[in-house]
Design a binder for this molecule. Sequence first.
Ligand code: C2O
Ligand code: CU
Length: 485
Amino acid sequence: MATAFSGPGRGAIMAVKGVVFLVLAAISVSCADSELGLDTDPTRVIALSRQLSQEFNGAYPLSPVPNGNVRKVELNASEFESGVRPPYLSRVWGYNQRVPGPVIRMALGETLEVKLTNNLPQPTSIHWHGVRVPNSMDGVPGLTQKAVPLGKSFVYRFTPKDAGTFWFHPHFRSSEQVEKGLHGVLIVEDPADPPYSAELVWMLDDWLLEKDGSIYDQFVTHHDLAHDGRWGNFLTVNGQFRPVFMVNPGDRIRIRMVNVANGRVFLPVIPGMESRVIMVDGMAVAEPFLLGNFDLAPGNRLDVDLVVPANSAGRTFAVENRFSRQPSLLAFLQVDMQKAKDTPSFDLPRAGHFPDWKEAEGIPVHHEFILDAERGGIHGISWTIDGRIWPRSQVLELWAGQFYRLRFTNRSSRLHPMHLHGQFFRLLSRNERDTDERFWRDTILVGPRESVDIGLVPTDLGLWANHCHVLEHAEAGMMTAVRVN
Ligand code: C2O
Ligand code: CU
């Protein structure tokens, strides 16, 4: 997985630009923060920053390694009827007449070519959430492409750089389009993936349905905006209410979980099963940890290593959501009556290289994003970043190859899962207390009145969206952009 960080030529230029920037950053904090004991000596900050970006080197590949194979997929977005809540039919929007959307599987090294055709009553686009694509393929109208009009097509083409669990969804009126069923999963397989007995893909969602099974048709309501977006009354896994998944005693199963809901946060647990998180947001963790310790916010993914006990033939295990005070049932794992097979034995997969960044607190915060709300705007309530409503936002300039500490400060009492496109980052601290998350993320849940620091070394160039993944908050302005130069 490890590849060289950058060619000597470009690296040198970056380093020079980095120095210029950091001198400024360091000087600007030297007066304000000197009583706080922050290291304000500019040369020390520069040296430390260089050390932190060196620690990052090799964490994930800079460029794809195409093997020449092209996977061609057609995705036709349209409206149709689906049995979300049997016996009723719901009018949904989906890809290829499927809700939930298709699971696209490909091998690392393959090039994906997706032809999106829009048969919806409004424009659309596809964003490849978590996939480090060339900027022009990121699917964000207003930033990277024009929305695809009714009756037209757009071809997305890219070679993923990372193997893992990703997903895709529209980035145009997503509060309505994702909610109505437009989403799917992209799985990039690595030949080095461990030999699990089986694999399950779970799209966790909630629908806001009327008694007759129809989708409540008011979107971005005052209520959604005054709360954590639209939370449904009907929880589904893969579009089904409390589905039953058959497993065999002794199986070792990989579960790929994706939260595709507009606003709901899930805290999945499977009592009685040994289950460990091996990947977060599509990237292998440095230290696997027990399931039940991760708030799966909208946009987040978890890959779970689950062992079905050998002596559990005939038993049923519940999959629960414990995020809300009142736990709820999501699904069941039903163990077959057959005799246990030998459980495949292999070490839990983990990240090949993960930076320690122990001294990251020595680097001043490069930018603090202020998350807040205000009255007014087309929806009555607007959600803001740095006091601005998208698209009247200011672009934050970053340089590739340089270590940054960024802060999200939530001045509101709502939840904001913040998603940065095109990059992975690591959580450094919550409310200025260091944390020890040993994994990458592309989405971080920022709680009420909470302040969160992340560390990152941008590697992928271009203009990238940075927004709240509560889709109603994003629709009401909570989005900005960063440019990686
Ligand atoms: Cu999944 Cu910009 O989002
Ligand atoms: Cu939000």
